[in-house]
Design a protein around this ligand. Structure first.
Ligand code: IMP
Length: 197
């Protein structure tokens, strides 16, 4: 079974990508190649950050690598927290700090103005070092109280369009079938299939 190295420190992402890819691939997070591997996520776009991560991991292996950069864009906040989703409440902040900061910022904003979307940009650096990008989006809204214990990040306050439950109230398979990450992964898988034909 081939291994796909994923440039991430977020084990939740690695698990989601493994579940979406299925058993044909083994997804290994960058920790396996180098637990100390670090990068400076100073890009101003998801694409730029995905490339930074992929290039960092590529210094540790000659194999193709995949990187995921993702985040939440809130319409009334003109796209914030966006690329700052993982550190919205400041340096060293965790998922809980970020989620509660967003709830505070949105306090008093009525339901119809709480539209948001998750964005996922994947960067695949192939064996020749050429970058290929795949994007996925999931539209929804931000509620005013966290609900559910699954998932990670902003999942407890995000209700995807057409659902009553938050991402954190859906099980992994349900979330993975509609998520931004799934959509980007589907595009990536189609690329791999076409490439190998
Ligand atoms: P990254 O690791 O720099 O790409 O940061 C991604 C951040 O966006 C995470 O730390 C979460 O806060 C948020 N995020 C991205 N994808 C998801 C998701 O599927 N659910 C909840 N939060 C997410």
């Amino acid at each position: 079974m081939p291994t796909l190295y994923l440039a991430t420190r977020n084990e939740h992402k690695a698990q989601e990508i493994q579940a979406i890819l299925g058993s044909e691939w083994r997804v290994a997070s960058s920790r396996e190649l180098d637990p100390q591997l670090d990068w400076d996520e100073n890009g101003t776009t998801f694409r730029a950050n995905a490339l930074i991560k992929a290039k960092a991991l590529r210094t540790r292996t000659p194999s193709p690598v995949l990187a995921d950069d993702s985040g939440l864009e809130v319409e009334v906040l003109e796209g914030a927290p966006g690329v700052f989703s993982a550190r919205y409440a400041g340096p060293g902040s965790n998922d809980r700090d970020n989620l509660y900061k967003l709830l505070r910022v949105l306090q008093g904003v009525p339901e119809e103005q709480r539209r948001a979307r998750f964005v996922c940009v994947l960067c695949y650096l192939d064996a020749e070092g050429i970058a290929h990008y795949f994007e996925g989006y999931c539209d929804g809204r931000i509620i005013d109280q966290p609900r559910g214990g699954e998932g990670f990040g902003y999942d407890p306050i995000f209700v995807p369009e057409g659902q009553d439950k938050t991402f954190a109230e859906l099980n992994a398979a349900e979330k993975n079938s509609i998520s931004h990450r799934n959509k980007a992964m589907v595009a990536f898988q189609e690329f791999l299939i076409t490439r190998n034909q």
